[in-house]
Design a protein. Structure first.
Length: 147
DNA sequence: GCCAACGTTGGC
DNA sequence: GCCAACGTTGGC
């Protein structure tokens, strides 16, 4: 799960403990939260659009999907006038802080690791803020993070 | 700040 | 339903 650290960083999640993952306005990313993520699932926390893009830690899914409240808030930048409470367009899940890596695993590092070449986040043109990670890739990245 | 990639919008 | 125009993402 990507987040721009100037908006919301792993340290913010550490302070907050839990956080609704609001503001996702891409249907594919929404579908991952709505249809694929289960309570207890772990996710890498990725800092995007920053000097050194990197995976910086881990969060955990702690809720069923439910409507993203910001879509109904006319003052929010995530307000969606086309969404209704009867048929909410945007769903989210709550995440909980699990750990911050001792060191960030940088995008450079991910790209230079031949065993990670299949990762969706590394594919050309990928812009999705939420992408699946295979068990195999997960283990490799955990190894890198512990070095 | 640039720009490639890609999603969305809306006219037709 | 096509597709040009436009907006956003995000690495560099």
């Amino acid at each position: 799960m990507k987040s721009e650290p100037q908006n919301y960083s792993i340290d913010n999640l550490y302070e907050d403990h839990t956080q609704p993952w609001d503001g996702v306005r891409n249907y594919q990313a929404r579908n991952f939260m709505r249809d694929k993520m289960q309570i207890g699932d772990l996710a890498f926390f990725y800092h995007s659009n920053t000097k050194i893009p990197a995976i910086v830690g881990i969060s955990k899914v702690i809720s069923e999907p439910y409507p993203d409240f910001t879509q109904f808030d006319a003052h929010s930048k995530y307000f969606d006038p086309k969404s209704t409470k009867d048929a909410p367009r945007w769903m989210l899940i709550d995440v909980e802080f699990v750990e911050k890596f001792k060191r960030p695993v940088t995008l450079n590092e991910l790209r230079s690791n031949v065993f990670l070449a299949g990762m969706q986040i590394l594919q050309k043109g990928n812009r999705l803020s939420i992408t699946p990670v295979s068990h195999e890739h997960w283990e490799i990245i955990m190894q890198l993070a512990s070095k």
